[in-house]
Design a protein. Structure first.
Length: 403
C-alpha cells in the first residue's frame, strides 16, 4: 500500500525517507562514561620520637565537683521457668473385673428388716421399703468386715497373765463368730504350757487326742503332697454348727513335760497349712517359751479383761513388760475385749479401764454379761443372747480390720 503524500510549506509534495535496515549502517550508540572515583589520600605517617600534643585544659575549677550519684540498675530477673505440661495419660478402658467391682460398689443396701422399719416393709408387702437403721447398717458392715479376704493365714493370740480374765471364753466366742460368719477355716488352739480348759469348754469329740499326741505324730504330715486336712480330724475337735475346730492342750495327768518354743513353731506351721485363721488361747505364764513364741508369731494380740481392778491391772502390766522387751508398734498390734463379769458392774471402773486401754491399744470392745458364758461347762453357742452375739460380732470385726 503506497504511503500517503506529505506537503511542505511551499505546497510541494514531499516524501519521508525511511532507513533501510539491510543497507543503511547502524546508528552509533553513545554510552556515558562514569567519572573516575578520587583516590583516597594516604594517612600521614606518625613521626618518630614525637610526643603527643598536650590536651587543651580549661580553666581550673574553684570548687570541688558535685558528687555524682550513679543509679544502680538491678539485674533483670531470671526468666521464669516454663512448666511443660505432662502428656495426658492414655485412657484405660474398663475391663470385665472393673465392671463387676463398680457394680458391686453401686449396689444399694437392702431394705430394713429390723424394728419398726422392717415391720412397715412386711405389712405393706414390700410396697414401702424403709432404709436400714444405724444399728442394722453396723451389723451388715461388721459381717462384711469379718468376711474379708486375707492374703495368707492369720494368727490371733488372746493374752492376759492372770487367770479368770476370760481368755478361754473369749477364744470360744470368737471362734463361734468367725466360724459362722466366715463359713469355716478357723481353729481355736489351747497353747497352755501344761493343762488348759479349752478342750473342756468346747464340744466333746469321739477321741481324746491333744497337742501332745499331735506332736508325737507330726511325721505323718511332713510330706506335704500326702498330708490332708482330714488327717487332722484325729487330733482336732469339730464344733459342729459353729464351723470351727478346737485343738486341746495336754489332758493326761501323768505327763509332766511342757510345750517348748520349737514345739509351738512345729504345730503352728502345720495348722497354717490347713486353716486361714488361728485363735490361740495362752496360759498364765508369760515367761514360758510357748507363750513368748505365740506372742512373736501373732499377727494380732487380744488383751482380755473383766471389769475388775486386778485383771485390768494385770493386762496393763503385761503390756508394759512386752514394751520393755522390745515389741514394736504394740498399740497398733493389740485390741482389748472388756467383759462384764456380773449383771451389775462398777461403771466408773469400767470407764476408767476403757480410757486407759484406749491409750494402750487400737480399740476397746465391751462385751455384756451373759449367764450362758459363766457356767464353766461346754459353751452353749445357741443360747447366747442377741446382745452378746452382736457385741462379739462387732469385736471380731475390729479384730479382722486390724489383720
Amino acid at each position: 500500500m503506497p504511503e500517503p503524500a506529505e506537503f511542505g510549506r511551499d505546497g510541494l509534495e514531499t516524501r519521508r525517507v525511511r532507513p533501510d535496515p539491510l543497507t543503511d549502517p547502524l546508528p552509533t550508540l553513545q554510552i556515558a562514561e562514569r567519572p573516575p572515583e578520587p583516590e583516597p589520600e594516604p594517612e600521614p605517617e606518625p613521626e618518630l620520637n614525637s610526643e603527643p600534643a598536650p590536651p587543651v585544659l580549661g580553666p581550673r575549677p574553684t570548687a570541688p565537683p558535685p558528687s555524682v550519684v550513679v543509679a544502680h540498675t538491678p539485674p533483670p530477673p531470671p526468666p521464669a521457668s516454663v512448666e511443660v505440661a505432662a502428656p495426658p495419660e492414655a485412657r484405660r478402658h474398663m475391663n470385665a473385673t472393673d465392671f463387676l467391682d463398680r457394680r458391686s460398689d453401686q449396689q444399694r443396701v437392702g431394705p430394713a428388716s429390723w424394728g419398726w422399719r422392717g415391720g412397715v416393709r412386711r405389712l405393706t408387702g414390700g410396697l414401702v421399703q424403709p432404709r436400714m437403721g444405724s444399728a442394722e447398717r453396723q451389723y451388715v458392715k461388721d459381717r462384711s468386715t469379718i468376711q474379708r479376704d486375707f492374703d495368707g493365714p492369720r494368727t490371733i493370740a488372746f493374752v492376759n497373765p492372770k487367770g479368770g480374765a476370760a481368755k478361754t471364753t473369749s477364744v470360744l466366742a470368737a471362734g463361734y463368730t468367725f466360724g459362722t460368719i466366715r463359713g469355716g477355716g478357723v481353729i481355736a488352739w489351747d497353747n497352755n504350757e501344761t493343762r488348759g480348759t479349752l478342750g473342756i469348754r468346747g464340744t466333746r469329740s469321739s477321741h481324746r487326742n491333744t497337742t501332745r499326741e499331735l506332736l508325737e505324730d507330726l511325721g505323718r504330715f511332713e510330706d506335704v503332697s500326702q498330708s490332708r486336712i482330714g488327717d487332722l480330724g484325729a487330733f482336732v475337735r469339730s464344733q459342729g454348727d459353729a464351723h470351727f475346730d478346737v485343738l486341746a492342750s495336754d489332758e493326761r495327768p501323768d505327763v509332766t513335760g511342757q510345750i517348748h518354743a520349737e514345739d509351738f513353731s512345729s504345730v503352728h506351721h502345720l495348722l497354717e497349712r490347713f486353716y486361714r485363721l488361728l485363735l490361740v488361747d495362752t496360759g498364765n505364764n508369760m515367761r514360758a517359751e510357748n507363750w513368748l513364741a505365740a506372742a512373736d508369731a501373732a499377727d494380732l494380740l487380744v488383751v482380755t479383761s473383766t471389769v475388775r481392778e486386778d485383771t485390768g491391772y494385770s493386762g496393763l502390766w503385761m503390756l508394759d513388760a512386752l514394751q520393755d522387751a522390745g515389741y514394736l508398734d504394740l498399740k497398733y498390734k493389740t485390741v482389748t475385749v472388756l467383759s462384764d463379769p456380773s449383771p451389775k458392774v462398777d461403771e466408773k471402773l469400767a470407764q476408767d479401764l476403757v480410757d486407759v486401754y484406749q491409750q494402750r491399744t487400737r480399740g476397746v470392745f465391751r462385751v455384756p454379761y451373759d449367764p450362758a458364758l459363766v457356767a464353766g461347762s461346754v459353751l452353749p453357742y445357741g443360747r447366747l443372747s442377741e446382745e452378746t452375739r452382736r457385741s462379739w460380732l462387732h469385736a471380731c470385726a475390729g479384730m479382722a480390720a486390724a489383720l
